[in-house]
Design a protein around this ligand. Structure first.
Ligand code: BES
Ligand code: MG
Ligand code: ZN
Length: 500
């Protein structure tokens, strides 16, 4: 999909379809809609007057403009965007996404979206293009029969009288962000057999080479040398060797005195069977997406390498399978993490925290001062927050607040759960320093309390994305399947820190 910005009059846009944002209960009697109504030959007012279309979020109305109209485009799609007072970046992204998915299904190849925001051209251009890319991702990569082959070739973001320079910058950013989110979604969507830890490392090398990041991949021998007994304990049952992927972005004019280093750390369990504590068979196929945290880190780093913020960023992705075998770690075993802490394994299905423990310790060794980890960590987070909010917990309230507010700006919801020290009692072990599960109560919190043991000395926040990383249903603006949750929020945090 080719993307561009246009600041000229909408009647001259040379595309097959024009998609225009319309606010809830907006009338065609004045302002922009009046202009559009006249240009289209009365279709807009007629749909609104007939109460066929009210501008509700996600609602659409579609017209073929035959006969008398003054628009070059022969088709018009009205896209409801809800209340004007609530219309912000997330709604712009969804509006463009809804337009692209709806028009693509009608075999439209060239589209101009008219988001109707003024004065924020770079941001608007970026969000519209990002939304369009998110919209065209489909999870049916391996379908060979009855496959819909419709594609959109060209997308124009149209803001009459806009600032061409700002729009062009926005369009460029939006493409980088949208493609990087889809990169994350593609990795998450791959079957376990096609996305092993070795495959993850290869994809990481590809982005490092293509976009200019430094990369180091620790194999099991090096993990052994580092004393990463916790990470290695998860890999023991698998024939596939574990990999610890390290990506680093360094800004061109790196300030040698600045000692701040933000690390993004993501869980990369490329298939989670539960190990000896085997999961039930139902829905186990979805455990291919248990590497979404790692994929999120890689997608964010892919974008960061191109957006070139002024601060350095470290990306850390511990990758392994979690399988049962004669060599697998057993409940009751005790393992020693890189920090020297000993862990009693109660349940081998609580493996994410085990690999994050050593990954965070290693991020600290590499100089991280702020750590955001993300993981499809607990089923309990879906019970608490469903698929609407991801959980955020941590030890640094400022970082947590930053995540919540960045998320709000880009349309990703994070809800903070408490992490009082009392919860840590639940993970005390009788035989070792700590154990890897804390009983039935507060499962998302005790998982975070476990990770906290390895995140001392840094500003730390943890995102549990188990409930939000996979969409069971399609939305008007995106397919079902992997959502790419958190990539945009992380990029917004980096962008803000870079601007400081
Ligand atoms: N990968 C799962 C968590 C998960 C569940 C992700 C559902 C996505 C959807 C994780 O490794 C796990 O199995 N957690 C256990 C922890 C328990 C044994 C303490 C869980 O949530 O049941
Ligand atoms: Mg192994
Ligand atoms: Zn598990």
């Amino acid at each position: 999909m080719q993307v561009e910005a246009n600041r000229g009059p909408i009647e001259e846009l040379d595309v097959q379809a024009l998609a225009v944002a319309v606010f809830k209960d907006e009338k065609a009697g004045d302002g922009f809609l009046k202009q559009l109504d006249e240009l289209s030959g009365g279709f807009v007012s007629s749909a609104i007057e007939a109460e066929e279309f009210s501008g509700k979020e996600g609602e659409t109305a579609y017209f073929h403009l035959v006969g008398n109209n003054k628009l070059k485009s022969r088709r018009l799609l009205l896209v409801g965007v809800g209340e004007e007072k609530d219309y912000r970046s997330p709604q712009v992204s969804q509006m463009a996404g809804t337009a692209v998915r709806s028009l693509r299904s009608k075999n439209v190849k060239t589209i101009a979206v008219v988001p109707r925001v003024s004065g924020k051209d770079e941001e608007t251009g970026a969000r519209a293009v990002e939304g369009a890319f998110i919209a065209v991702f489909d999870p049916d990569k391996y379908r060979t029969i009855d496959k819909e082959q419709k594609t959109v070739d060209r997308l124009v973001v149209a803001i009459q009288g806009g600032d061409q320079g700002a729009l062009d910058r926005g369009v460029k950013t939006g493409k980088v962000v949208g493609e990087s989110i889809n990169f994350t979604r593609d990795l998450a969507n791959e079957p376990g057999a096609y996305m092993t830890p070795t495959d993850m490392a290869e994809r990481a090398r590809d982005i490092a080479n293509e976009f200019g990041l430094s990369i180091d991949v620790l194999d099991e021998a090096r993990m052994e040398q580092e004393g990463m007994g916790s990470l290695l304990s998860v890999a023991r049952g698998s024939e596939e060797p574990a990999k610890l992927i390290i990506l680093k972005y360094t800004p061109a004019n790196a300030d040698g005195d600045n000692k701040e280093l933000l690390a993004l750390v993501g869980k990369g369990v490329t298939f989670d069977s539960g190990g000896i504590s085997l999961k039930p068979g139902e829905n186990m196929e979805l455990m291919k997406y248990d590497m979404t945290g790692a994929a999120t880190v890689m997608g964010a780093m892919r974008a960061i390498a191109q957006l070139k913020p002024s601060i350095p960023i470290l990306g850390v992705a511990p990758c392994t399978e979690n399988l049962p075998s004669g060599k697998a770690t057993k409940p009751g075993d005790v393992v020693k993490a890189m920090t020297g802490k000993t862990i009693e394994i109660i349940n081998t299905d609580a493996e994410g925290r085990l690999i994050l423990a050593d990954a965070i310790a290693y991020a600290k060794k590499l100089g991280a001062t702020r750590v955001i980890d993300m993981a499809t960590l607990t089923g309990a987070v879906s019970i608490a927050l469903g698929d609407v909010n991801a959980a955020v917990l941590g030890t640094d309230q400022q970082l947590i607040d930053e995540i919540i507010s960045a998320g709000r700006e880009v349309g990703e919801k994070f809800w903070q759960l408490p992490l009082d020290k009392e919860y840590s009692k639940q993970i005390k072990s009788d035989i070792a320093d700590i154990k890897n599960v804390g009983g039935r109560k507060a499962g998302t919190i005790t998982a975070a309390a476990f990770i906290k043991e390895f995140a001392d000395g840094v500003a730390w926040a943890h995102l549990d994305i188990a409930g939000t990383a996979w969409g069971d249903e399609a939305k008007p603006y995106r397919s079902k399947g992997p959502t790419g949750i958190a990539v945009r929020t992380l990029l917004r945090i980096v962008d803000r820190a870079s601007a400081k």
